[in-house]
Design a protein around this ligand. Structure first.
Ligand SMILES: [Fe+2]
Ligand SMILES: [Fe+2]
Length: 470
């Protein structure tokens, strides 16, 4: 089952050839997808040979197969993780019953909405990143960007497959809409606000892949628990690809810190102005980028108190990430204290699932910070990078529009309004970062604001020509 049939127009391991109607429908969607890629995907580089990984099977041996590919010729397809025999529902009111292989009528619209919302983020991120190739800090980074882009394109395929295969005409219409909405579009924006934020520089890209792709990881993990088995299997395979996106974010930001520490040592100062004049990113500037992208990504988990999430959990549509780690999978008895501006509020744990997810997400976000802070400490500096409080700059939930600083303190409104620019990137910050964004394409060379990676891709040297430009 895990082998992927590459002889077909749409590579797949779902035996598409035996479902002519579905195959035809997806083959009709394919040119629209390719048209979208040409128009909204990476600007230029269509003729370049990119050292990409493509899955040839979904098992450990085959899912990471490397070779030079022109991006428009990438074999986007439909890959599901292998089925678990006799899989049972692992949480909610129907726990222990067999997983579903079809969509139960009563959950049809909710499930479709969950799939569309996840699906919408995938092409959105490609659109957000489409101009970055022109300012890549190295060929190694350029290749990583394109790897992420083609995989997000495949994640769109993954969701479109589910829509076409299980949701009839409504699903086909939703699949069209996924190509009609665009990131930042005034009339037809993407569904979630973080995916309408422009990603115009590589510092933003590393923050995006660190924070926003990590939200993706948590969403996929909770959908991988779903009672709807095709969704679970789809998300399980997407997670293997997603790990690389977060790797790009974590190592990218780590390399920025490393280069900044070198500059501080060369200059013998931590004065931001002098570090900038030296062509590196000062740590307070990096902190403002972290504040911006972390707070924006925290909103993606939704309101602290949510009856929708409660219903989705109770009915088995969406679990918690790594559901098996929790002792209670039904949550009909327990409560949780939620932090609100009016004080702690006790709510049923079932209604606090968004907050449970946000908490475990934030813990995961801490890992990189610890590592970067260790290197700052080793270099003898007192500065520490931190994650902003989850109360900071929220545009959804109990803390929406509250004047809170990154440490979580409530401030008088005027003080907040004047000081906000200290906490998130100012126009000057963004202009400075843009000024650093000069394309570096000699193999093995790095832009001056970022250190070289520790190693290359797939055991190749760092100076390998990861993208052959033409
Ligand atoms: Fe994705
Ligand atoms: Fe991703």
């Amino acid at each position: 089952m895990s082998a992927i049939n590459y002889s077909e127009r749409i590579p797949n391991n779902v035996d598409l050839a035996n479902d002519r109607k579905l195959q035809r429908a997806l083959e009709q969607w394919q040119p629209s997808f390719l048209g979208w890629w040409g128009e909204m995907g990476p600007s230029d580089f269509a003729q370049s040979d990119v050292y990409l990984r493509t899955a040839i099977s979904v098992d450990a041996q085959g899912w990471a197969h490397y070779g030079a590919v022109k991006m428009p010729e990438y074999r986007w397809g439909i890959f599901l993780a292998d089925a678990v025999a006799d899989r049972k529902i692992g949480f909610g009111d129907q726990m222990g019953q067999p997983a579903w292989h079809q969509v139960p009528g009563e959950y049809r619209s909710t499930l479709r909405r969950l799939i569309v919302t996840q699906g919408d983020t995938e092409p959105a991120s490609v659109e957000q990143q489409r101009l970055l190739g022109h300012t890549c800090p190295s060929l190694y980074d350029l290749r990583n960007l394109f790897q992420i882009n083609v995989e997000e394109g495949r994640h769109l395929w993954a969701m479109v497959y589910l829509l076409h295969a299980y949701f009839g005409r409504d699903g086909r219409e939703e699949a069209e809409e996924l190509l009609a909405r665009h990131s930042g579009d005034k009339d037809k924006p993407r569904i979630l606000s973080t995916f309408n934020e422009p990603v115009q520089d590589w510092l933003s890209l590393y923050c995006f892949t660190y924070f926003t792709d990590r939200d993706g990881k948590y969403q996929l993990k909770s959908l991988a628990e779903s009672a709807f088995d095709p969704l679970s299997r789809t998300c399980r395979f997407m997670l293997t690809e997603e790990a690389h996106h977060m790797f790009v974010g974590e190592t990218g930001l780590g390399r920025v810190v490393k280069r900044t520490l070198e500059a501080m040592k060369e200059l013998g100062t931590d004065d931001p102005a002098r570090i900038r004049a030296h062509g590196a990113v000062d740590l307070p500037l990096l902190q403002r980028y972290l504040n911006f992208w972390c707070s924006s990504s925290l909103d993606l988990f939704g309101s602290e108190i949510s009856s929708n999430s409660a219903a989705n959990f109770a009915s088995g549509l969406k679990g918690r990430p790594d559901e098996s780690q929790y002792p209670d999978h039904v949550l009909r008895e327990s409560t949780l204290d939620i932090d609100t501006p009016e004080g702690a509020k006790q709510v049923p744990a079932l209604n606090a699932l968004n907050e449970t997810m946000r908490e475990s997400y934030l813990k995961d976000c801490e890992i990189g910070l610890k590592r970067w802070n260790r290197s700052i400490e080793r270099a003898g500096h007192a500065f520490r990078l931190t994650l902003p409080s989850k109360r900071f700059r929220r545009s959804i939930g109990s803390w929406v529009n509250q004047p809170v600083d990154p440490q979580g303190n409530l401030l008088p409104r005027e003080e907040y309004d004047t000081r906000l620019r200290e906490w998130i990137p100012s126009d000057d910050d963004r202009a400075f970062v843009r000024s650093l964004m000069q394309k570096v394409i000699a193999p093995g060379k790095m832009a001056g604001w970022i250190a070289a990676p520790d190693r290359g891709i797939n055991n190749l040297p760092i100076d390998y020509e990861y993208v052959r430009l033409q």
